[in-house]
Design a protein around this ligand. Structure first.
Ligand SMILES: Nc1ncnc2c1ncn2[C@@H]1O[C@H](COP(=O)(O)OP(=O)(O)OP(=O)(O)O)[C@@H](O)[C@H]1O
Ligand SMILES: [Mg+2]
Length: 188
């Protein structure tokens, strides 16, 4: 099977696994992931954080994002600007968000990240214990990581999204740390 076909097959399977968790379970596990995140030294030492705004079945980052704002850290969130490019946009308050074309909350205003950033909290469909990542198939995160200097890339996922291996390309960028509701995995 071609690599992209294998990726497509896995994405389908992993979307199903994530969807099979019920809403309450997803909320609860997301909260456990957030609590773990608050305690890691990398976050305690951070002054700037990029974090995705969760959509549908993803690990819910709403509380996490509010916590980052409350702590007065510099927060950036994703904004898709065309078929290939995502930028990190500064978010100062939740009221600056509005749903984009497909319903993902996106900042109305805010300057684009130009300097380096301490942490990037990254979504994904699948991860391995080596912190490798399978995303949604558009390459937005892989491209963004290749262009921006992120000190620590942190993947967040439900335990059920862990797989023993992934079909990978040279452009697939691995995480430094992976957090699930059960554990923290650091890339060796
Ligand atoms: N840095 C890059 N430069 C050019 N093309 C890239 C880069 N990174 C990824 N791509 C291309 O983008 C396409 C999608 O990549 P991939 O299948 O890895 O998506 P993904 O990691 O699942 O998606 P995402 O990062 O949006 O969650 C592939 O054809 C891949 O080769
Ligand atoms: Mg990729």
């Amino acid at each position: 099977m071609e690599l992209y076909e294998e990726k497509a097959r896995l994405r389908k399977e992993l979307k199903k696994r994530r969807h099979n968790l019920n809403n309450d379970t997803r909320k609860e596990k997301s909260e456990q992931i957030a609590q773990t995140f608050y305690q890691i030294k990398e976050f305690k030492e951070a002054s700037s954080v990029f974090c995705y705004l969760s959509y549908m079945d993803e690990v819910d980052t709403t509380r996490l994002v509010k916590y980052i704002l409350k702590k007065n850290l510099k927060l950036y969130v994703p904004k898709i600007i065309n078929n290939e490019e995502m930028v990190a946009t500064r978010l100062r308050k939740m009221a600056d968000l509005e749903p984009d074309k497909i319903g993902i909350l996106t900042p109305k205003t805010g300057e684009i990240l130009l300097e380096s950033i301490d942490i990037a909290i990254t979504p994904g469909l699948g991860f391995t214990k080596r912190c490798e990542r399978l995303g949604y198939g558009r390459g937005y995160y892989d491209r963004w990581f290749s262009k921006n200097h992120v000190k620590i890339k942190i993947g967040v996922a439900f335990e059920t999204q862990l797989v023993s291996s992934l079909p990978l390309e040279k452009t697939d960028i691995a995480m430094d740390i992976l957090i699930t509701e059960k554990k923290v995995i650091k890339k060796k």
